[in-house]
Design a protein around this ligand. Structure first.
Ligand SMILES: C[S@@+](CC[C@H](N)C(=O)[O-])C[C@H]1O[C@@H](n2cnc3c(N)ncnc32)[C@H](O)[C@@H]1O
Length: 219
């Protein structure tokens, strides 16, 4: 799906240079906007491969949504698993990161939207993969996004997202907002209990994370 340019094919070091450029851009955007970017490093392969386990080959075309693509670490993992007729919508609010994504992914099956998920109105997704740093946001925002995701998913569709382990440690140091975190954690647990949540640890990521996935009932 991701077609390599002639330059990348002939000069493999150019790929390394591009990967470095992407990490640098991610880091710069983190320092400019830490609350919305939410982490210093893009997700590891170990994390991204766990996030996309529910994308499976299928006879009928599937429609997927990725939210908060950053420099495309998760997008790459999704694309590897897409069938030829599957489609992927990518929503990323950061203009610089969005510009990178639009240059990187030119396949007509992949659409990149430069907007906040709050302003994105599409539905009927077979799967939603979200990298939003929920622990950085207000409880109302988190609730709004979860209800939106549930509305956007087809019955039987899935939502996968990750959260970093031990958020209190970072948050106490940075913002001292433990109560807000506690409420967000309780809300996510409530949602998880309603939708048969599965949680898997990924230690090989900086910071280590939990991948959580739920399924919308009612086939
Ligand atoms: C933790 S980074 C994840 C980047 C990438 N998916 C990864 O795992 O390496 C979170 C991303 O979500 C984006 N983001 C934050 N708030 C958003 C919103 N309301 N709508 C869409 N994207 C948002 C940020 O710009 C950032 O790129």
């Amino acid at each position: 799906m991701y077609i390599r340019s002639k330059l990348e094919r002939e000069f493999p070091f150019f790929l390394i240079f591009k990967a470095f450029q992407e990490k640098l851009l991610f880091l710069i955007r983190f320092f400019q906007s830490p609350e919305t970017i939410g982490s210093i490093f893009p997700s590891s392969d170990a994390l991204t491969s766990k996030l996309v386990t529910q994308i499976a080959p299928s006879r009928s075309p599937k429609k997927y949504l990725e939210v908060g693509a950053g420099t495309g670490a998760v997008t790459d993992a999704i694309i590897k698993k897409l069938g030829p007729k599957d489609t992927l919508d990518v929503v990323e609010r950061d203009p610089a990161l969005c510009c990178l994504l639009k240059n990187k992914y030119k396949n007509p099956n992949i659409k990149i939207y430069e907007k906040s998920i709050e302003d994105f109105e599409e539905s009927d997704y077979d799967g939603i993969i979200s990298s939003l740093p929920f622990n950085q946001f207000s409880l109302d925002f988190v609730k709004g996004v979860f209800f939106k995701y549930l509305k956007m998913m087809k019955p039987g569709g899935f939502l996968s997202y990750y959260e970093y382990k031990y958020p209190e440690v970072c948050t106490r140091l940075l913002t001292e907002q433990r109560q807000r975190l506690e409420k967000i954690r309780n809300f996510k647990t409530e949602v998880g209990q309603k939708f048969d949540e599965k949680i898997e640890s990924v230690w090989w990521n900086l910071p280590p994370a939990d991948v959580r996935s739920i399924q919308k009932k009612g086939y």
